[in-house]
Design a protein around this ligand. Structure first.
Ligand code: PTJ
Length: 244
C-alpha cells in the first residue's frame, strides 16, 4: 500500500484510487476501469464524498428488494472486485443473493481471476463461468450471462454498469438496482432503484439495512419498496451536484 497519511484531506479517495490501480496490476480490473474510476471520483467530489439522504433511502429500498426477491443476483465486474470484494460477499450473505462475475470487456482469464479473488474473500458458488444464457439485444460477448444466474434472476444489483447493458437488462423485465455516481447516466436512469453513491459506501450501507430488515415481514418490505421514488432520488442527487 502507498504511504498516504490519514490526515490527508482526501485520504479515502486516494486509498480507493490505489485499490483500482492494484486491481489492474493483479489482472482483476480492466484499464478502462481506471477511466471509469476517474469519472466516478469527479461526481463523488461534487456530491461531497458522502452518502446523501436520498442515496441512503435508495440503499434501504435496494436492501428490501434483495430480501424480497425470488432470486437476486449481485453482478461483479473488475471495478467492484477491486474496490469491495469482502463487502460484496457480506451483502450476498445478508440478503441470500447469488454473486455472478459479469464483465463488460469479457475475457475468460479475468473472470477466473475475479472468481478466485472473491473466493479468497469468503465467497462460495460464484457464478459467471458457464455463460449459457444471453441478454437479448446485445452483441455476442456483451450478452453473455449464466442461465441459472442473471439469466433467471428477478432482481439484479448492477454496480457501475454500461448504459446499453443496463437498458437491455431492464428490457428483460428484471428489477434493476444500479449503483452509479452519475445521476445522468443511462444506467442510473434505467434503474428501478438508482443508487447515486460511491460503491465503497453503498455496499456496506445496503448490508446494514439488510441486517436491520432481516426479520421484517413481507408487507414491511413491500411498503419500503413501494414508497421509494426513483425520479425524486435522481433529482435530489442532481440538485446536490448543481447546488451543493
Ligand atoms: O470490468 P468490466 O470489463 O466489466 O468493466 C467495468 C467498467 C466500469 C470499466 C465498464 O462497465 C465501463 O466502462 O463502465 P462506464 O461506462 O465507464 O461507466 C461507469 C460508471 O460508473 C460511470 O458513470 C461512473 O461515474 C461510475 N463510477 C465509477 N466509479 C464508481 C462509480 N459509481 C459508483 N462508485 C464508484 N466507485
Amino acid at each position: 500500500a502507498p504511504e498516504i497519511p490519514e490526515s490527508h484531506p482526501r485520504y479515502e479517495s486516494l486509498l480507493t484510487r490505489h485499490r483500482i490501480e492494484a486491481g489492474v496490476d493483479r489482472g482483476l480490473t480492466s484499464r478502462q476501469g481506471l477511466i471509469a474510476q476517474g469519472r466516478g471520483e469527479a461526481f463523488d467530489y461534487l456530491l461531497g464524498e458522502e452518502t446523501i439522504p436520498s442515496a441512503d433511502d435508495a440503499e434501504r429500498a435496494a436492501a428490501a428488494h434483495l430480501l424480497r426477491a425470488d432470486h437476486a443476483v449481485l453482478s461483479v465486474n473488475g471495478n467492484v472486485a477491486a474496490l469491495a470484494p469482502e463487502e460484496t460477499v457480506a451483502l450476498a450473505a445478508a440478503t441470500g443473493a447469488d454473486i455472478e462475475v459479469n464483465l463488460f470487456n469479457r475475457t475468460d482469464e479475468r473472470i477466473e481471476r475475479i472468481v478466485e479473488h472473491l473466493n479468497a474473500h469468503g465467497a462460495e458458488g460464484v457464478k459467471g463461468t458457464t455463460a449459457d444464457g444471453r441478454i437479448p439485444g446485445l452483441d455476442h460477448e456483451r450478452a453473455k450471462v449464466d442461465a441459472d444466474g442473471i439469466g433467471s434472476a428477478d432482481v439484479v444489483l448492477v454496480p457501475l454498469e454500461d448504459g446499453d447493458r443496463a437498458e437491455a437488462l431492464a428490457a428483460m423485465g428484471k428489477t434493476e438496482l444500479v449503483v452509479d455516481l452519475n445521476p445522468m447516466s443511462r444506467s442510473a436512469r434505467s434503474a428501478a432503484v438508482p443508487i447515486i453513491d460511491n460503491l465503497i459506501r453503498a455496499v456496506p450501507n445496503m448490508t446494514d439495512h439488510a441486517r436491520e430488515l432481516a426479520d421484517a415481514d413481507e408487507s414491511t418490505l413491500s411498503s419500503i419498496v413501494d414508497s421509494f421514488d426513483r425520479e425524486a432520488a435522481l433529482a435530489a442527487a442532481e440538485e446536490r451536484i448543481r447546488a451543493p
